[in-house]
Design a protein around this ligand. Structure first.
Ligand code: FAD
Length: 300
């Protein structure tokens, strides 16, 4: 079975990528080029985001099919429940399985714009733990010998925006593991210690599944601000200043910061790294090259 699942010694640290569906024809052409390079580097998987409330879901399925049929990479489908009934989700999951997609990242998803957290649209939707169980139910309907994939879940080292406490977050994560989650992927963060201390606390509470740290090499000041919002922490002052001094755009600074962060994470025991690509290959491949993780360098 998979080294990440068994925790058995693997000779080489692994990596994976996240991409999102293109929003225009031109972006789709660029994305096709990018995923060819990403897949040629030999990742464990490439995950594809899913629009909130199922918006843009056809675009996600198209991209997953492209990965499945035109690259060597294992596709992983993000799936959100907010605003979708069980029947709609079932159709969606079966459609993905029919296309040969068996690996999922089970998410609740965010409330649609203008809808409050206590709205029945949100409170009436399956939680991520219920989605994990539901995916297993749909899998069981498939013919025997159909591939069985993994179910992954989101992890928030600095807490979910709605979280009451780290303890509640960890309890909830353990609940997701008990529902059948096999792998966690983190939200963005800036300091290795944020990931390492969260994982250490979660292990003490009974978490055994591997947790992949999610990292994104930023190119611009605007991206850095967005990452800070998602991380729920201020951006490192040195990196913010250096980007400003470079006129707001400096991809090499994002690469250098990510390489340093990844080194600390791997030294601290992270099993692998998950790279948010922003649909571009050059920066994430530069990170992996500098870390010495590229067995096959598509740009060499
Ligand atoms: P849940 O696992 O349901 O929980 C989120 C938090 O809510 C918990 O940490 C906890 O604080 C609280 N909580 C919920 N239920 C309980 C409970 N029963 N008991 C205690 N606490 C509870 N969004 C998209 O729309 N599309 C995507 O493709 C997408 N991809 C993502 C990928 C990653 C790696 C990450 C980290 C996030 C992604 N998101 C995506 C965002 C995600 O949908 C939102 O953060 C959403 O608000 C929470 O989804 P979740 O699955 O983490 O929720």
């Amino acid at each position: 079975s998979h080294p990440l699942l068994t925790g058995s010694a693997s000779t080489r640290v692994r990596f994976s990528f996240e991409v999102f569906p293109a929003r225009s024809q031109a972006a789709a052409l660029a994305l096709g080029h990018a995923v060819q390079h990403l897949s040629a580097s030999g990742p464990d998987f490439i995950s594809v985001t899913y629009g909130a409330s199922g918006s843009n879901r056809d675009a996600s399925l198209d991209l997953l099919k492209y990965l499945r049929n035109n690259t060597d990479a294992l596709p992983m489908a993000h799936l959100t429940t907010v605003g979708q009934s069980r029947d709609e989700l079932r159709t969606e999951i079966l459609g993905m399985m029919d296309a040969g997609i068996h690996d999922f990242l089970a998410l609740r998803g965010d409330a649609p714009r203008g809808v409050r957290e206590d709205d029945p649209i949100v409170t009436g939707s399956l939680s991520s733990a219920e989605l994990i169980a539901f995916i297993a139910e749909v899998r069981a309907e498939r013919p025997p010998f159909t591939s069985v994939g993994r179910t992954s879940v989101a992890v928030y080292p600095n807490g979910h925006p709605l979280s009451r406490s780290r303890e509640a977050d960890i309890d909830w994560l353990v609940e997701k593991q008990e529902a059948g989650a096999q792998l966690g992927i983190t939200q963005l963060f800036f300091e290795a210690e944020e990931y390492l201390s969260f994982v250490a606390d979660a292990r003490r509470a009974g978490l055994t599944m591997p947790i992949l740290p999610g990292l994104m090499p930023v190119s611009t000041s605007a991206q850095l601000r967005r990452v800070a919002e998602l991380a729920g922490r201020p951006a490192p002052a040195g990196l913010a200043r250096a980007l400003e001094a470079a006129g707001g755009t400096a991809p090499e600074l994002g690469v250098a910061h990510t390489v340093e962060l990844a080194r600390e994470l791997l030294a601290g025991g992270a099993p692998s790294i998950h790279l948010y690509t922003f649909n571009r290959h050059a920066q994430v491949l530069a990170v992996l090259r500098e870390l010495g993780l590229l067995a096959r360098d598509p740009l060499a």
